[in-house]
Design a protein around this ligand. Structure first.
Ligand code: MLT
Length: 208
């Protein structure tokens, strides 16, 4: 039986006990970040769902009302649905549910941040490329075991630098160990982001 609730997704088996949950940006799909995942960690199993919301035909992980203005009811519902999928996929593929590291870009980073805030049991760590504050949770989650890397572009017109700082502050106030870095780039992902994330993951592997 397939994981329930299901998402269209790719799963690539790996040799390590840490799985990367790959979350694409608006207009992407489940195949986009498979090469990135392999580059970040050659040994990790990769789980890569496709967002279920369509905006003018472009897949996303939750609905938005305008650029940077999120439909919060939909965001909460979709976050829980994605979290339930990850939990059941972990059982289905026999991967360690305590060692799932999200790697999200833009819309994918925003749902990863929302998952940390609303379903803190799902992710042990997260790499957030070009993220914003997705929502303010009603109760502060316990993220004292979570590690987060936020990688931002100084000239990003969508997720402004102040947003990234605000997100870092929100996650830290919940106890997360947050590293934040800025590069002289825009919204696009650059080789600097990838190098930073790869090194951060190597340190995570050594320390945990
Ligand atoms: C979002 O909608 O999650 C952000 O505005 C980033 C984007 O996908 O453009």
């Amino acid at each position: 039986m397939r994981p329930q609730p299901d998402f269209i997704h790719e799963f690539v088996a790996g040799k390590s006990n840490r799985t990367l949950l790959l979350l694409h940006g608006t207009g992407g799909n489940e195949r986009d970040f498979i090469p990135l995942g392999r580059e970040l960690d050659p040994d990790a199993p990769l789980l890569s769902p496709r967002g279920k919301v369509l905006e003018n035909g472009m897949p996303r992980f939750f609905r938005r009302l305008a650029e940077g203005v999120f439909d919060l009811d939909d965001l909460k519902k979709r976050t829980n649905e994605l979290a339930d999928f990850v939990a059941s996929a972990a059982q289905h593929y026999k991967i360690d549910s305590k060692r799932i590291v999200a790697v999200g870009y833009s819309n994918g980073a925003n749902i990863a941040a929302s998952t940390l805030l609303l379903r803190p049991e799902i992710l042990s760590a997260a790499i957030l490329f070009r993220a914003m504050v997705p929502l303010i949770p009603e109760t502060t989650p316990d993220l004292s075991a979570a590690r987060v890397l936020i990688s931002e572009g100084d000239h990003d017109p969508i997720g402004a630098a102040a947003e990234a700082d605000r997100l870092a502050g929100l996650l830290r106030s919940a106890g997360a160990d947050v590293t934040i870095r800025f590069f002289p780039s825009g919204h696009e992902l650059t080789p600097d982001d990838v190098d930073l994330a790869r090194e951060w993951l190597i340190r995570l592997r050594v320390e945990r």
